[in-house]
Design a protein around this ligand. Structure first.
Ligand code: NAP
Length: 354
């Protein structure tokens, strides 16, 4: 469906991240030279998995030290690049200062990277890793969407610094990206809006929230029951394909909901029972909403009563047809993503056996 241009390098921001790792892997496999923008190039923990991939792939990798909040820090890495994949953004649900920890790096970082792209005549396309979080904040919002289903026309209007600040950070960042894109005519912005990302990462030591969530299904945290907290979910490997398609399909445009499955935390955990149910404390019961409402805020600061009321036992519905028709994405089964992900966590010693 697309042809990769091997002759021009591309920049990937946050290249050591969970999602970016697979984007870099696919680019290296295609023989592309990847300029990997990361925060600390002297920390081998941040680079060794990427370097190992490059060593066994036709593509080449070059590391550049950057910071979302440091103007000009992406200049060197962007030199000669045809495509900028902007994935760097903090993905954390529990933060002390939502403005400083989430919104500033997301919003100012997006402005910084995309304004820099305006200064490089080689850049033809910017692919932004936004999120379904920029489309909706709470599952309760989905009922108000046309037909009760999220589409690329919908924007998150309910998140704020006080409620769902991560979703708020992704919303203001994507809006900023469209604003910068409209201020120029040199490159085209193509946005991917993934749901919750799961599946094995390039490095088992990721700090992405995706890891924490699936880890809790096997370390005993959820053994009393898992919430029916609805999500659209996508495998990290399918999401990488979506990034490449967004970059290299000539007429790709606009936003794209990237989700393979509408599911919830309890149902996701059930996919693990046939293979891992006898070895790990996988939750076998759904936690009742009333119980979560009572105890949730006491055990987890992110589980506020407002969050529980508006999300637990509320179905997630989104339309992924644009990603299938325009980007050619073929989503793998949920079970495959969950089992592969869990296997990585188990092998790397991140699960405590029951
Ligand atoms: P991740 O592994 O935590 O990756 C985030 C990346 O952003 C890391 O490379 C991190 O660098 C970098 N970063 C954060 N603050 C930075 C700063 N001030 N300067 C430079 N780099 C900074 O999380 P992820 O899940 O892969 O997320 C990647 C992207 O996908 C994000 O835009 C996220 O919003 C989006 N997304 C993720 C999911 C999901 O379920 N995982 C779903 C939808 C969208 P360090 O390693 O140095 O901290």
């Amino acid at each position: 469906m697309y042809e990769v241009d091997k002759n021009q390098p591309v920049l990937v921001t946050g290249a050591n991240g969970y999602v970016a790792g697979h984007v870099v892997k696919r680019l290296l496999e295609e023989g592309v030279t990847v300029h990997a923008a990361i925060r600390d190039i002297n920390n081998p923990e941040k680079t060794k998995h990427l370097q190992a991939l490059a060593d066994s792939s036709p593509g080449e990798i070059k590391f550049f030290e950057t910071d979302l909040l440091k103007e000009g820090s992406y200049a060197k890495g962007m030199e000669g690049c045809s495509i900028v994949f902007h994935t760097a953004s903090p993905f954390s649900i529990r933060v002390n200062d939502p403005q400083k920890d989430l919104v500033d790096p997301a919003l100012l970082g997006t402005r910084n990277v995309l304004e820099e792209a305006k200064k490089h005549s080689s850049v033809q396309r910017v692919v932004l890793t936004s999120s379904c979080a920029a489309i909706y904040g709470d599952n309760a919002d989905i009922q108000h969407a046309s037909g009760g289903t999220l589409t690329e026309d919908v924007w998150n209007e309910t998140s704020s610094l006080d409620h769902q600040p991560y979703c708020y950070s992704k919303t203001v960042a994507e809006k900023e990206a469209w604003k910068v894109a409209k201020s120029q005519s040199q490159w085209r912005l193509v946005v991917v809006n993934p749901g919750l990302v799961i599946g094995p990462g390039i490095s088992p030591n990721s700090t992405s929230e995706s890891y924490k969530l699936v880890q809790q299904m096997g370390d005993g945290t959820l053994k009393m029951g898992a919430p029916r907290l609805g999500f659209g979910v996508v495998d990290v490997r399918d999401l990488a394909e979506a990034h490449l398609a967004a970059a290299y399909i000539p007429d790709a445009e606009g936003r794209h909901i990237i989700t393979g499955h509408a599911t919830d935390i309890f149902s996701m955990a059930q996919t693990l029972i046939p293979k891992y149910g006898s070895k790990y404390p996988i939750p076998r019961k759904a936690m009742p909403k009333w119980l979560l409402w009572l105890v949730g805020p006491l055990v987890d600061s992110a589980f506020t009563r407002r969050f529980i009321a508006r999300n637990v036992d509320v179905e997630w519905r989104g339309d992924n047809s644009k990603s299938i028709q325009k980007l050619g994405i073929k989503y793998r089964p949920l079970e495959e993503s969950m089992v592969d992900f869990f296997a990585q966590l188990a092998e790397s010693g991140k699960l405590q056996k029951s």
